[in-house]
Ligand binder design. Structure first.
Ligand SMILES: [Zn+2]
Length: 447
């Protein structure tokens, strides 16, 4: 073949490949991360007394493990299970050590690569041209989510606007969708962000689900109609855009942002420990290689800074701040950083109670709820504390399904039930915002 022919041949092969990829089946996700998780295991360990907690902290603290739950060795406590992802070369050692120490454990994922393939192996292309074809029951890439946002704006201009609040570390726009009947009057607002932590893919799936359901039930469902008429929802489907993309293409279990630390080779900051309230105190790490790294200074991450700026500007209107995470099945409210009761506890507690009751009514899934510090653990620099301190009276963090059966690999078949029940909870919170509660925001001092 002449070079010209060769070029044409290559182009046609490439074109065929592109067509196959777009229309039929195609291994997405960079050849499934080049098999990087083959043989890796996820351990579920349950220390039953303080002695075992100490031992476990020491063992895991010295190993390079990826903490799924809790977020670091220092947060291990007794009678709470510890889920850790262990690299294949370290699994034998950990089995032996746990047996030797007589600590109760089980392996809940025995080959992580296989589990990832089950979740996101071969599937039909998810690039859909029209809204009706958009599949809400699969996980989407960042690019797909962003085009979907613009599509929603085009097809529902009376209810949806899209704007950017800034740029990420790698220069990507930080898109926020405004949802609600357009009015000249300034409306009260509810903020919802998803995908603060990259690997929690169910978050972005929920944000999209919420928008779809809200639009579809507008003028059919009386509660939703009233919510969209009287409130604006600011919805940020992917907060940590760089991290999400990285988890999609390179490392499924990436959690942090992607900013560079010049002194260390480790990248990224925990975007939920980078807020300017009790920054980098308890429950956060000052070491750049840790998953709970708080960053070099508060709001060091452009994503956090941009959202903080937006919320500060609109804080008089924003009545509720909701941040969607996974996994643990919990609904948390302030304080995260200390054991104390918030001034408007009664209002917030009853909103949380209504939310988990509504959630339970869908499929009987139980959520624990309460102040983050006592329900989960003390952690400084979190966004709910920041929102609350800035005068947003209702600040919640959801930890969606599950409790550690699939962990971060929640199958796509569970997107629908998970989002359906969470939708009920968020609707309950938003409805509560429209009602007056005894401790009005004008009356209580924050923090
Ligand atoms: Zn999270």
């Amino acid at each position: 073949m002449s070079p010209d022919h060769m070029g044409a041949f290559r182009a046609s092969v490439l074109l065929t490949w592109v067509i196959i990829c777009n229309n039929v089946l195609c291994p997405v996700l960079g050849y499934l991360y080049n098999n990087r998780y083959a043989g890796d295991q996820v351990f579920k360990i349950t220390p039953s007394n303080d002695e075992e907690v100490r031992t476990l902290r020491e063992i895991l603290g010295h190993m390079k493990v990826d903490f799924w739950q809790p977020n670091s060795a220092s947060l291990i406590c007794h009678n709470a299970t510890v889920d850790v992802h262990v690299k294949r070369n370290d699994t034998q050692g950990l089995h032996a050590r746990l047996k030797w120490e007589n600590i109760d454990y089980q392996v809940f994922i025995s080959n992580l690569q296989k589990e990832i393939e089950k979740q996101t192996g071969y599937r039909s292309s998810r690039k859909r041209r029209s809204e009706a074809q958009y599949d809400y029951e699969v996980y989407h890439s960042l690019e797909e989510i962003q085009s979907w946002m613009f599509m929603m704006n085009t097809t529902h201009p009376n209810l949806v606007d899209v704007f950017s609040v800034g740029k990420s570390y790698e220069g990507r726009p930080l898109y926020v969708l405004q949802l609600g009947k357009k009015r000249r009057l300034q409306k009260k607002a509810v903020w919802i962000d998803c995908g603060v932590h990259a690997r929690e893919w169910i978050g972005p799936a929920f944000c999209q689900w919420f928008v779809k359901e809200a639009i579809n039930s507008y003028q059919y469902d009386s509660v939703m109609t009233r919510l969209l008429n009287q409130l604006n929802f600011y919805i940020m489907p992917v907060f940590n855009v760089d991290g999400y993309r990285f988890s999609w293409i390179t490392d499924r279990f990436w959690r942090k942002t992607r900013s560079k630390n010049h002194k260390f080779h480790c990248r990224g900051v925990d975007a939920n420990r980078n807020w300017k309230v009790k920054w980098c105190d308890e429950g956060a790490s000052s070491h750049p290689c840790d998953d709970t790294y708080c960053g070099p200074f508060p709001e060091s991450e452009p994503e956090v800074k941009a959202v903080a700026k937006f919320l500060r500007k609109h804080k008089k209107r924003v009545e509720a701040y909701i941040s969607i995470h996974a996994y643990a099945q919990m609904l948390l409210y302030p304080y995260s950083y200390k054991y104390a009761t918030i001034p408007n506890f009664n209002c917030v507690e009853s909103a949380a109670h209504n939310a988990v009751t509504a959630l339970y009514s869908a499929y009987g899934v139980k959520y624990r709820y309460g102040p983050a510090s006592t329900t989960l653990y003390v952690s400084s620099g979190s966004s709910i504390d920041w929102a609350y301190r800035n005068g947003i009276p209702y600040a919640f963090a959801f930890e969606l399904r599950d409790t550690g059966y699939f962990g971060f690999l929640l199958p796509e078949s569970l997107i629908k039930p998970t989002c359906t029940e969470t939708m009920r909870a968020v609707k309950a919170i938003a409805s509560g915002v429209l009602k007056k509660c005894k401790t009005d925001r004008e009356k209580f001092p924050y923090i």
